[in-house]
Design a protein around this ligand. Structure first.
Ligand SMILES: [Zn+2]
Length: 204
């Protein structure tokens, strides 16, 4: 965030209302974490909102359109959610982005959110090997094959409650591949926490 961002009135990335990067109405679309059933992942998966409406808009604005001021809100939402997900101390492991996608977006967006969660340690130990395609449009099996053996672990997270953090869970292929890669290095993932899920029914 630059000084200019703070001085210029912005508009809500969820609904366009002027005056803030995220308005109270859109923020209220993110509830307390809800446990969702995602077969094949392993640890419990928690989501803060359905991948729908304003919540989806806010995630996409941050991820694809560089709405940097939203990082503080996402950081606060994740921090508030962690108490429900497991006992402290928490270690957040951001789900990895494809290198080309991270380059296009000016950095790794989930790492940025994890670093805004001031109550948890951050262990950016996961990466994607070359050859992983954009998963948009791929079915569950193709998503799984796309990631097969391509999540690499570059270190051990500090001891504590390891929580994998991602923006959206759809088929669970990414979460499952990350959990498996960590397990292969002797690291137990306590829970998966996602901002949004296509599997969570919208409320309200
Ligand atoms: Zn709004």
């Amino acid at each position: 965030m630059t000084a200019l961002d703070l001085l210029l009135p912005s508009s809500c990335a969820g609904c366009g209302r002027r005056g803030t990067a995220c308005c109270a109405t859109c923020l209220a679309g993110f509830g307390p974490p809800t446990q969702i059933q995602v077969p094949g992942v392993g640890p419990p998966v928690w989501a803060l909102a359905a991948y729908h409406g304003a919540a989806r808009e806010l995630v996409l604005a941050f991820k694809e359109r560089g709405a940097r001021p939203l990082v503080a809100w996402f950081g606060a939402l994740v921090a508030a959610a962690l108490v429900a997900v497991g006992p402290p101390p928490w270690t957040l492991v951001p789900a990895p982005s494809r290198r080309s996608a991270a380059r296009d977006r000016g950095g790794d967006h989930m790492l940025r959110i994890a670093r805004a969660v001031h109550v948890a340690a951050v262990a950016p130990v996961l990466g994607l090997a070359a050859g992983v395609r954009d998963s948009v449009g791929l079915g569950a099996g193709a998503r799984r094959r796309n990631l097969e053996g391509r999540v690499v672990v570059g270190g051990r997270p500090p001891p504590g409650t390891v929580v994998l953090l991602d923006d959206v869970v759809t088929t669970g292929a990414t979460a499952a591949a990350c959990v498996r890669a960590l397990r292969g290095c002797g690291v137990r993932t306590h829970a998966v926490l996602v901002l949004t899920s296509a599997r969570l029914r919208q409320s309200g």
